[in-house]
Design a binder for this molecule. Structure first.
Ligand SMILES: Nc1ncnc2c1ncn2[C@@H]1O[C@H](COP(=O)(O)OP(=O)(O)OP(=O)(O)O)[C@@H](O)[C@H]1O
Ligand SMILES: [Mg+2]
Length: 134
C-alpha cells in the first residue's frame, strides 16, 4: 500500500515536470533603472492592443485592449462576470502574458523584465497606484 502511494507521488512529480513553466524569474540585463517605475513619467502604464488567451486552443479573453494611465490616477475596471477584469489586472504582474500587444510601465516593456524584479518593484508601489475591479 505504501509503495503504491509512493509511486503515485512519483507519477505526480513526472506530470508536474511537463507543465508549462512561468517566464524566467531573473533575466541578465541592466534594463531596469534604480528608480523604476517612477511617478514622474507622464504615462505610467501604457497598454497597446493587448490580447490574451489562456491557451492556444482557447479563444482570446481580451481583444486588442488599449489605454494609458497617468501617475496617481485611480481607476476602476467595470464589466460583467467573465469579461476579463481579473485577467487584465493579473497581466500587469505577468501572471498571464499577452498573445499579442504590449504593456509598457514607465517606458519599459514588462515582457523584457524578469518576473522577480517586475513583481517586487510594481507591488512595492501599489500603495500609491491602486486598481480595483468590480
Ligand atoms: N486560468 C484560466 N484558464 C482558462 N480560462 C480562464 C482562466 N481564468 C479565467 N479564464 C476565462 O477568462 C475569461 C475572463 O475571466 P476573468 O476571471 O478575467 O473575468 P472577470 O471579469 O474577472 O470575472 P469576475 O467578475 O467573475 O471576477 C472568462 O471567460 C474565464 O472563464
Ligand atoms: Mg475577477
Amino acid at each position: 500500500m505504501s509503495a503504491l502511494v509512493d509511486l503515485n507521488s512519483v507519477e505526480r512529480v513526472v506530470e508536474y515536470l511537463d507543465l508549462p513553466q512561468e517566464a524566467p524569474a531573473d533575466v541578465e540585463s541592466n534594463l531596469v533603472p534604480a528608480y523604476w517605475p517612477s511617478s514622474s513619467s507622464d504615462a505610467l502604464v501604457v497598454v497597446e492592443e493587448l490580447s490574451i488567451r489562456y491557451s492556444p486552443e482557447l479563444p482570446p479573453v481580451l481583444h486588442d485592449v488599449s489605454f494609458s494611465l497617468r501617475p496617481r490616477e485611480r481607476i476602476g475596471l467595470l464589466g460583467r462576470t467573465g469579461s476579463g477584469k481579473s485577467t487584465l489586472a493579473m497581466s500587469l504582474l505577468r501572471f498571464v502574458d499577452p498573445s499579442s500587444g504590449r504593456i509598457i510601465v514607465d517606458g519599459l516593456d514588462i515582457s523584457k523584465i524578469g518576473l522577480r524584479e517586475l513583481r517586487s518593484r510594481v507591488v512595492s508601489r501599489r500603495h500609491r497606484h491602486e486598481i480595483r475591479t468590480f
